[in-house]
Design a protein around this ligand. Structure first.
Ligand code: SF4
Ligand code: SF4
Length: 92
């Protein structure tokens, strides 16, 4: 499945977490800084599978993920099946 991402470069802090998260290693940090002085993440999208790992990792939530299907469809990045935290009962 092919996909693509769109990064809001002007809001990127250049933390590099998406670079580390991408299993296809297709995200790099730009050599040119944005208006805030950060070196933003960028990609040519070649090989993107729309897995959304980068978007899930981004602390700024500025990565949009699209699948190359009939229409560009934004991938639902909300976690499915919310789970309550599990507590371990201590035995007295
Ligand atoms: S969606 Fe997946 S494959 Fe595409 S850039 Fe993000 S982490 Fe990489
Ligand atoms: S994780 Fe987000 S803020 Fe960090 S480099 Fe990637 S796009 Fe920029």
């Amino acid at each position: 499945m092919a996909g693509k991402i769109v990064i809001d470069a002007e809001r990127c802090k250049g933390c590099g977490l998406c670079v580390i998260a991408c299993p296809r290693e297709i995200i790099v940090l730009s050599k040119k800084s944005n208006k805030n002085g950060y070196f933003p993440a960028q990609t040519d999208n070649h090989g993107c599978t729309a897995c959304a790992m980068c978007a899930l990792m981004c602390p700024e939530a500025i990565i949009e993920v699209y699948r190359d299907e009939a229409e560009d469809t934004e991938v639902d990045q909300e976690p499915t099946g919310k789970k309550e935290p599990a507590f371990i009962e201590e035995k007295a």
